[in-house]
Design a binder for this molecule. Structure first.
Ligand code: AMP
Ligand code: MG
Length: 401
């Protein structure tokens, strides 16, 4: 049996990222950058006010206080978006709002809360608090200097990256093409959601689950109809999916049973097959195959096995296909809340829930068909073979994306 790491390494070393497209920034959330990006300008682009208040020259205002207010004559105002006001002269100030440019000669902004105005003399602003040079001023380039690298090839564009790219004025950027991922479920026992269950039948739920997982990687899933356990039906369904999709994910039909047709049907289409028993539980068996530059991932039919193999093997491949470099699941340190044992020969990926105290609690029955435990869990605990862990042990939980 193959180790998880060896299997993953083989897949990742065979996969090349898809080509990149120039895409409007507004369409790139969750996608993967295909080139380093530098800021074309200083951010902020000009010195500006951090507050609503009065632009002043700080010289002589260090001594201002409530008991010794200092008067300045206000000659006009600059709202955000306007050009700077005229240069300040001695004894003057200029009304200014957050984000507005400072007039020449101003080196500080007095917060509007720190002044007093006598209604009889509305043009005179009494400064009631000490002013130091550069109080409440945001400097040109203090956030970013023109030319600074702001995002790197292989990074994923989240809300914050997008904000910075937008703020420096980029409007189209190079992102890796999103793979179209076809989802097929095989099994005569499966019924489409909304249908009627006859004796011996169950509702199909894997496509829905994998669809949600595929979306977390930024790929575009396409759901195909349920495939009957017949050689021709399986071959036709794979042919249709591969005509459109860079990646096809099937569930079920990859064991050694008489009704498992995925492998033969794929080879029949000209696909090159790698079929592995991977030394993890739940999870074996797992199929990876290539048809021209396209990939088949054949997951086990049991839903928990399908989810675990997706997370550990397919998710990294989908990220790699988009040029991403960080395919590890996020890790949270936790304390084991109840004992865990793995008497078996294979690593066991135990479903755990995180409690409010930072504990990792194994959930429910750990069978590969048990969906209630999976639905309660926040992640997986990688428990080595022949292991007994006491509660209280520090552990690392691989979080669901
Ligand atoms: P298989 O891998 O085809 O032998 O299926 C293993 C187990 O998973 C069987 O109990 C199937 O009924 C179940 N199963 C297979 N595919 C699905 C599916 N798409 N949704 C729910 N259960 C499934
Ligand atoms: Mg089956």
């Amino acid at each position: 049996m193959l180790s998880l790491e060896t299997a993953r390494e083989q897949i990742l070393s065979a996969i090349r990222p898809l080509p990149a497209d120039l895409v409007p920034l507004t369409r790139t959330a969750g996608r993967w950058l295909a080139a380093d990006l530098a800021s074309p300008l200083d951010l902020p682009p000009f010195d500006n006010s951090a507050m609503d208040g009065y632009a002043v020259s700080s010289a002589g205002l260090l001594q201002a206080s409530a008991s010794k207010p200092m008067p300045l004559r206000c000659r006009g105002e600059t709202p955000a978006g306007d050009v700077p006001g005229p240069a300040l002269r001695a004894g003057e100030c200029w009304r200014i709002f957050t984000g507005a440019p400072l007039p020449a000669g101003a080196d500080a902004v007095v917060m509007q809360e720190d002044k007093r105005i006598d209604p009889a003399q509305p043009e005179t602003v009494w400064v009631q608090d000490a002013v130091r040079p550069w109080d409440n001023v945001r400097f040109r380039g203090e956030d970013l200097k023109a030319g600074a690298v702001i995002a790197r090839s292989g990074e994923r564009l989240n809300f914050a990256k997008l904000a910075v790219l937008g703020a420096v004025g980029l409007d189209k950027i190079s992102v890796t093409r999103r793979p179209v991922v076809g989802l097929l479920a095989t099994g005569n026992e499966l019924v489409e959601p909304g249908g009627e269950l006859a004796s011996g039948q169950i509702f199909e739920s894997n496509r829905l689950m994998i669809d949600a997982l595929v979306r977390t990687t930024g790929c575009e899933p396409v759901i195909y109809p349920i495939v009957r356990d017949e050689p021709d039906a399986t071959r036709n369904a794979l042919a249709e999916a591969f005509a459109r999709c860079e990646v096809v994910i099937t569930t079920g039909g990859v064991s050694v049973g008489a009704h498992d047709h995925v492998k033969a049907a794929f080879e029949n289409l000209g696909g090159q097959l790698e079929f592995w028993k991977i030394a993890i539980r739940p999870g074996k068996p797992f199929v990876w195959g290539r048809l021209r530059e396209r990939n088949l991932f054949g997951l086990p039919g049991n839903p928990v096995s399908a989810a675990v193999t997706f997370l550990l093997l397919v998710r990294p491949a989908l990220i790699r296909l988009q040029g991403g470099t960080d395919w590890n699941l996020p890790v949270t340190k936790a304390t084991l809340a109840s004992p865990v044992s793995n008497p078996g020969q294979r690593r066991h990926f135990v479903r755990v829930r995180m409690d409010e105290l930072g504990g990792a609690v194994p959930v429910g029955l750990q069978g590969s068909h048990v969906l209630s435990g999976l639905a309660e869990a926040h992640g997986l605990l990688d428990v080595p073979p022949a292991t007994n862990w006491e509660s209280g042990r520090p552990v690392e939980v691989l979080r669901f994306p």
